[in-house]
Design a protein around this ligand. Structure first.
Ligand code: AMP
Ligand code: GLY
Length: 425
């Protein structure tokens, strides 16, 4: 079968690496891809917002499966356009992708389905939001309703800070994403991510992970798209995973189906493990980046078979995903300046970085003549496996140290919380 993968980041490199290993993958295309993805796929320039062009490409190249990596084309309804033409697609419909695209949609779904999540107020004007603040105690959690590239959440320590942030949100700081705001009760606990595949009816877990969102060591400094991640997340014990499935994932998938907007694809639940059990912080309608990189390192099953079964509503007919028992850990190497304006164009040398246990996924790279150079904020995802988090961390940093990227930086403490637990119990 010929497959088209859409996207260009580290997540998509991990997906292309895994898709290309499948015996069912005859020819893999990627649009637009990147130099790492180009090792697994033929990269083509296709504009994912031009649905007709994507459909035309699929026809011309006998594409049997389209895999949509990032959230924007999902929220834009690309999966609907492709399915309307009879093209099997991995990824939810526009309506179902509201689980990521609209915070208030998800909160209201939680109300209807009885899913544990933080108490909230939905506000459509600044006056209303300032009024609603009175119903909450600090710290205040303020969320712009729509897609804001992972930057739409403000945690304000004081009422004044919250009022200021709300003014900015309604003033258009996050564009149209901020025309509606959700104010939430602050939850305390440890955060962990849970991933499940679903075809709208059957649901199968595909691993757990924890990431590091802050740019600085010790989880300090501004938020980023993620500076590193590891899988599994042992804090999500089997008992907690079963509970998250029963109380959060299953009622979500069931309610979406019953309400006529069945969800198919990967459902990525950001959970807070509170004293009262797991609570939903947010949903994403796609794999996490860089969480996907660690999940793909551990996935032993055929990804093409799993994704095709999701797309065709046959997930219940095949074996559930199998993940290796070991750990995978990924370190993001970013360009100086990130998460502000990154310095792009810096040369990158990867000789000797990869090994049996280490793989370098490309996130923001491009070729300048014969030289690999950085082209974005997050540049490389140096990913390694090991029997424990400690060993995976050691292997990942050994690979990081073999990378020659003078204009880059990374955190040296990815996975430290887990390593500490392994050391001190
Ligand atoms: P989100 O984009 O909804 O995942 O939020 C970004 C980050 O803000 C999360 O990863 C949490 O660290 C934090 N956060 C979001 N909602 C809450 C909440 N209700 N209580 C505490 N922290 C939260
Ligand atoms: N790493 C967080 C995300 O992909 O949303």
């Amino acid at each position: 079968m010929n497959i088209l993968l859409l996207g260009s980041g580290g997540r998509e490199h991990a997906l292309s690496w895994k898709l290309a290993q499948s015996p069912d993958c005859d020819k893999l295309w990627a649009a637009p891809g990147n130099p790492g993805i180009a090792q697994d796929a033929e990269c083509v320039a296709l504009d994912a917002t031009d649905h007709a062009a994507v459909i035309e490409f699929c026809r011309a190249n006998a594409i049997g499966l389209v895999v949509i990596g990032p959230e924007a084309p999902l929220v834009d309804g690309l999966a609907d356009s492709l399915r309307a033409e009879g093209i099997d697609t991995f990824g939810p419909s526009k309506q179902a992708a509201q689980l990521e695209g609209s915070k208030s949609f998800t909160k209201e779904l939680c109300d209807r389905a009885g899913i544990p999540t933080a108490r909230y107020r939905r506000c459509t004007s600044l006056e209303q939001a300032w009024g609603a603040l009175k119903r909450f105690d600090p710290p205040f959690v303020l969320k712009a309703d729509g897609l804001a590239a992972g930057k739409g959440v403000v945690i304000a320590e004081s009422r004044e800070e919250a009022q200021h942030a709300l003014s900015e949100m309604f003033d258009g700081r996050f564009g149209s994403a901020g025309s509606e705001v959700v104010i939430e009760q602050f939850l305390t606990g440890e955060e962990a991510s849970f991933f499940a595949l679903t075809d709208g009816v059957s649901i199968v877990p595909i691993g757990t992970a924890q990431d590091h969102k802050r740019v600085g060591e010790g989880d300090t400094g501004p938020n980023t798209g993620g500076m590193g991640a590891y899988s599994p997340a042992p804090v999500l014990t089997q008992a907690l995973q079963d509970r998250a499935m029963r109380e959060i994932i299953e009622p979500t998938v069931r309610t979406m189906r019953e309400e006529g907007m069945p969800y198919s694809g990967v459902l990525y639940a950001g959970l807070m493990l509170t004293g009262d059990g797991p609570q939903l912080i947010e949903y994403n309608a796609r794999f996490g980046d860089p969480e996907c990189q660690v999940l793909m390192m551990r996935l032993e099953s055929d990804l093409v078979e799993l994704m095709q079964a999701c797309a065709q509503g046959r997930l219940g007919e095949i074996a559930p995903p199998r993940l290796s028992d070991d750990f995978a850990l990924t370190v993001v190497m970013a360009a100086q300046g990130y998460p502000g304006t990154p310095k792009t164009g810096g040369a990158i040398g990867l000789d000797g970085a990869e090994s049996n246990s280490a793989k370098v996924f490309h996130a923001g790279t491009k070729m300048a003549g014969d030289t690999l150079v950085s082209s974005g904020g997050r540049v490389l995802n140096v990913t390694a496996r090991g029997a424990s988090a400690t060993e995976a961390q050691r292997n990942a940093y050994a690979a990081v140290d073999a990378v020659d990227f003078p204009d880059g930086f990374c955190r040296r403490d990815i996975g430290q919380r887990e390593v500490r637990r392994e050391t001190h119990g």
